[in-house]
Design a protein around this ligand. Structure first.
Ligand code: GTP
Ligand code: MG
Length: 558
């Protein structure tokens, strides 16, 4: 309440300029400076896709000499960029300046012959170094530096965050650790491009596009790679019939429905990936799902992949999240923090089920930020009103139009800190009238629930659908309880002052410790290996339990 706000503002005035505050200033400045240079989603996607087409993925001996390796490859043309990483072996991503270089490289590449196996001569841009000349046997230490493609563990994260000076700094630091790196994003686009080469065996002009958290700005290192096989790019597919004497059209096989067509396309591509796709293992065709897909693991990259087709609305929701995340520096930091919080407490899971998804949770954060006064984020209706003619998009009768150009969006002047927003988020959802209200980011206002699912989040582009239909009452209740508990924990932080207890987990780090009050609910699930919570946090949580039991219940309100 008020007391907390006073504490908050006095601390801001009194506090010395911490690293956090300095960073905050830098972020804001950069933000303002880069504001109108931010690329639209589509522009960025096209740049990255083109870059991936000029790139190859090469398996290398771990002792490879980088200089010799690059010198050898540069016989085929200029190399713009190269980096190494390790999965089941050492790999290099090499970006050439031109597609012709890749063609030249492929021309000089041998098809392997093996005494024990026969191979199908299926040529891709996944290659192996097969000479010892490039190795560096003289040294025991590899000369290359491998870039990590996975995030730090939760315990290390908690330790790291505990050393930060403010909650704002903790959230930015968490995002720094978790977000996809430039190299990881390149690798994701490269895997899509390699997949496109496989799908091109059937559909020469297709494009495979990443969507979901790989490209929406909220992806965590190690997240799955969602891909969309786009056949609309096949030339002439969307041409309007010209007038004139006569025109020709292809004879094609008919399908009873679009869904059946999608299933049959994914079925053959799935088979092709399974039988000829190098490095693609564990291929599963999940064609009867609401959104049919082919799931597999791409070993050279270490990515778990989901390939879908005819999934344009998901592409639009990805673009929308990208836009919201790019509008204000606080949005991504907050979403990363809350996604992490939800994951450690088992509110979200890698397995599909009755729990919240990262997508639903992100929509909830966006909605909360729309509800601030002044608003941090504009409503989707506002974004639609700002759209220009090229932004127009109607998919299966649904209006998916919204502005893509960042510079057209003028924000309200909200200067709340992340600490304050986080606190308010927990209070907002800890007291939200879920039983009768629906979350609607299009209007940016609560609506009456049209149906009785425990949690109702209106799908932004398919208004009759509920994004969180899968969430059951128990999971929603756990979410609400954790919000209340987290709000309480953060309030304790306000009075306690920072750094008083050395490096003991505090602020966001404390929120990531196991919750005592919900430990019973966790007992049935696989227990995470984690250091014991510090005595201080344990006692905080104990007193929380007591205060809850004493009857401080949440009121239903909106
Ligand atoms: P993580 O994979 O959990 O990191 O996040 P993600 O955003 O990639 O989620 P997921 O892989 O489950 O889904 C990929 C994309 O599909 C999302 O980003 C959304 O664009 C879309 N999507 C997922 N679930 C839903 C849903 O219930 N409704 C709608 N409309 N779109 C969804
Ligand atoms: Mg995903």
């Amino acid at each position: 309440g008020n007391l907390q706000k006073n504490f908050f503002s006095s601390r801001r005035k009194l506090g010395s300029r911490t690293v956090a505050e300095k960073l905050e200033t830098t972020l804001n400045k950069d933000e303002i400076e880069s504001r109108d240079e931010r690329k639209s989603f589509y522009t960025l996607q096209e740049e990255r896709r083109e870059q991936a087409e000029r790139s190859v993925l090469i398996s290398c001996p771990p002792t490879i000499n980088e200089k010799k390796f690059l010198k050898h490859l540069s016989r085929h043309g200029d190399i713009n960029n190269c980096f190494f990483y390790e999965t089941f072996g050492t790999y290099a991503v090499v970006e050439f300046s031109d597609k012709d270089c890749v063609a030249s490289l492929k021309e000089g590449t041998r098809i392997p012959s093996s005494q024990h196996e026969s191979t199908v001569p299926f040529k891709t841009r996944l290659l192996s170094v097969k000479t010892n000349n490039l190795g560096d046997q003289s040294k025991t230490q590899p000369s290359i530096q491998c870039l990590k493609q996975t995030p730090i563990g939760i315990n290390d994260l908690i330790q790291k965050l505990s050393k930060e000076d403010s909650i704002d700094q903790q959230l930015y630091s968490l995002m720094e650790e978790y977000q996809l790196t430039e190299e990881n994003i390149r690798l994701r686009f490269l895997v899509c491009s390699l997949l496109k080469d496989i799908a091109a065996a059937y559909f020469p002009e297709c494009i495979v596009r990443p969507f979901g958290s790989s490209v929406n700005g909220f992806g965590k290192l190690g997240c799955d790679l969602d891909m969309f096989l786009d056949l609309d790019t096949i030339s002439g597919r969307n041409l309007k019939q010209a007038g004139g004497g006569f025109s020709l059209e292809y004879q094609m096989k008919g399908m009873p429905s679009e869904r059946a067509a999608t299933q049959s396309v994914l079925s053959v591509i799935g088979k092709c990936v399974d039988q000829f796709g190098p490095g693609c293992v564990g291929v599963q065709k999940i064609l009867n799902a609401r959104c049919p897909l082919v799931r597999f693991s791409h070993q050279p990259s270490g990515f778990q992949c989901d390939l879908t087709a005819n999934n344009r609305v998901a592409m639009k929701s990805t673009e929308l999240l990208y836009l919201y995340g790019g509008l204000d520096g606080r949005v991504r930091a907050m979403v990363f923090g809350l996604r992490c919080w939800a994951r450690v407490h088992g509110l979200t899971s890698a397995i599909a089920g009755a729990w919240l998804t990262n997508f639903s949770l992100t929509v909830m954060v966006i909605f909360f930020l729309q509800r601030r006064t002044p608003a941090v984020l504009p409503t989707l209706d506002r974004l639609r009103d700002l759209a220009g003619p090229p932004d127009k998009s109607v998919i299966e009768g649904n209006d998916c139009t919204f502005v893509s150009d960042f510079s057209k969006i003028k924000l309200e002047k909200n200067t709340e800190t992340l600490e304050h927003l986080l606190q308010e988020f927990f209070e907002f959802y800890g007291n939200f009238g879920f039983s009768r209200l629906s979350i609607d980011i299009r209007k940016g206002k609560e609506q009456n629930k049209p149906e009785s699912s425990p949690l109702h989040i209106q799908n932004p582009f398919e208004p009759t659908l509920n994004v969180s239909k899968n969430v059951n009452a128990t999971q929603l209740e756990r979410f609400v309880k954790l919000c209340q508990e987290s709000a309480w924990l953060l309030q304790q932080g306000e009075v306690r002052g920072r750094g008083a207890a050395g490096d003991a987990p505090w602020g966001v780090a404390a929120l990531l410790l196991p919750s005592v009050s919900q430990a019973a609910g966790v007992a049935g699930r696989k227990k995470r290996k984690r250091e014991p919570a510090s005595e201080r946090i344990k006692s905080l949580l104990e007193s929380l339990k007591t205060s809850k039991a004493a009857g401080s219940t949440a009121s239903e309100g909106g």
